[in-house]
Design a protein around this ligand. Structure first.
Ligand code: S3P
Length: 428
């Protein structure tokens, strides 16, 4: 599929976005190992989260999907059964990495793989710490990539410092730690999203934070409870950016997760001069939630680096699109993790925005965007990366003429219906 995006004079809307991807994955994973039925509402029916459902079904869990409601008939911590065929995570790194932690502790062997992009992404970062715990993860791919074979084992508790800030790796170790023979301690270089910790505690686990260290004490049982998934700030990000790119615009995105480990985009846009307000702040199932109101205004460049990076890692593509419309220079540094996402997002974003006329220098750990050059619609590639496709689409709103995005169907990974929602808020 190819999407064609015309420039917009302004955008105006009050919308809700699909459920948070990270929380949706975790609701099925933790619901599956909890005792009893978990009713999830607001579940993201994007392909990644559907892959998680399909993997847990193959592990013997009954799961029903009805629109955005999911019922997970939990099997308890020790109730998963050996799959009769390899698990397929599709494009989902979260599914593969988090499940590795869980599967390393099961009394059976699992083969697990995913699509072409997944087979290139680094899995040594989970295999290494899980190996220290006694887990046996071997790779049938090159350089510790999927397909993986995970042989379940009795796990030892460890004290592990993450070399790279990664919520997926942290979460894999936390899940393994639930089954370990003692207290596992995980230290992160910078705080990353803590949805696993919040949801586990909501289900009765005992996960504590001491400074930068997460302390995991094994529990006998997790108890199923209903989970309401807020809208994904990573999806809201496209409409926040759209309102900032187009003059005379206002967008309210209702019911969005604003967990402080995820709101780097708000901090960064505010540092660029954005007018963003949080309304109706509340807590739902342990997660902070609000409505986000963004009004257009002229942005200026800024420097985005250091410990804010994990808090906006998935939003850097759309921030780079908005930075093309800002006055002056925006520097993004310390973001080398972008190179190992669904695509090398430094390369792919710089390349596509440059095709539209942007002035961007790629660096080893980010990019420098000199804003203010007029962009022009052209033919762009998605690289089968959902966030690249959506970020280019948002950049296209401010560009002259029409932009075509090839292979745009990848948006279904995290945001089914994205293009029609964007089109509905466009005014010519
Ligand atoms: C995620 C963690 C991040 C993020 C990904 C989702 C999660 O990945 O980029 O989209 O749900 O834990 P890393 O842990 O690799 O940084």
């Amino acid at each position: 599929m190819n999407a064609a995006i015309k420039s917009a004079k302004r955008v105006h809307a009050e919308v809700t976005v699909p459920g948070d991807k990270s929380i949706s994955h975790r609701s099925v994973m933790l619901g599956s190992i909890a005792k009893g039925d978990t009713h999830v509402s607001g579940f993201l029916t994007g392909e990644d989260c559907l892959s998680t459902i399909s993997c847990f079904k193959k592990l013997g869990v009954d799961i029903e999907l009805d629109g955005t409601n999911v019922t997970v008939h939990g099997k308890g911590l020790h109730g998963l059964s050996a799959p009769s065929e390899p698990l397929d995570v599709g494009n989902s790194g979260t599914t593969l990495r988090l499940m590795s932690g869980l599967l390393a502790a099961q009394p059976f062997t699992t083969h697990i793989t995913g699509d072409k992009s997944i087979q290139k992404r680094p899995m040594g970062r989970v295999a290494m710490p899980l190996g220290l715990m006694g887990g046996k993860i071997t790779s049938d791919g090159e350089k510790l990539t999927a397909p993986l074979t995970i042989e379940g084992a009795e796990l030892k508790a460890v004290d592990y410092t993450l070399p790279v800030a990664s919520a997926q790796v942290k979460s894999a170790i936390i899940l393994a730690g639930l089954y370990a023979d003692g207290v596992t301690r995980i230290t992160e270089p910078e705080a990353t999203r803590d949805h696993t910790e919040i949801m586990l505690n909501y289900l009765g686990a005992n996960i504590k934070k001491e400074g930068n260290t997460i302390v995991v004490t094994p529990v006998e049982e997790l108890t199923a409870r209903d989970i309401s998934v807020p809208g994904d700030i990573s999806s809201a990000a496209y409409f926040i950016a759209a309102a900032l790119i187009c003059a005379d615009s206002e967008v309210i995105v209702k019911n969005v997760g604003i967990n402080p480990t995820r709101t780097g985009i708000i901090t960064a846009f505010r540092a660029m001069g954005a007018d963003i307000e949080l309304l109706n702040e509340r807590t739902v199932c342990g997660e902070a939630v609000a409505d986000i109101k963004t009004k257009s205004c002229r942005l200026h460049g800024t420097v985005i680096k250091g410990d804010i990076i994990p808090k906006l890692i998935d939003e850097i593509p759309v921030i780079s699109a908005a930075a093309c419309y800002a006055d002056g220079e925006t520097v993004i540094a310390d973001a080398q993790e972008l190179k190992v996402k669904e695509s090398d997002r430094i390369k792919t974003m710089a390349s596509e925005l440059r095709k539209m006329g942007a002035d961007i220098t790629e660096t080893d750990d980010g990019m420098i965007i000199r804003g203010g050059r007029p962009l022009k619609g052209t033919v762009c590639e998605s690289y089968d990366d959902h966030r690249v496709a959506m970020s280019v689409a948002v950049a296209a709103l401010g560009a002259e003429g029409e932009t075509v995005i090839n292979n745009s169907e990848c948006v279904d990974i995290s945001f089914p219906g994205f293009f029609s929602m964007l089109d509905n808020m466009r005014e010519e």
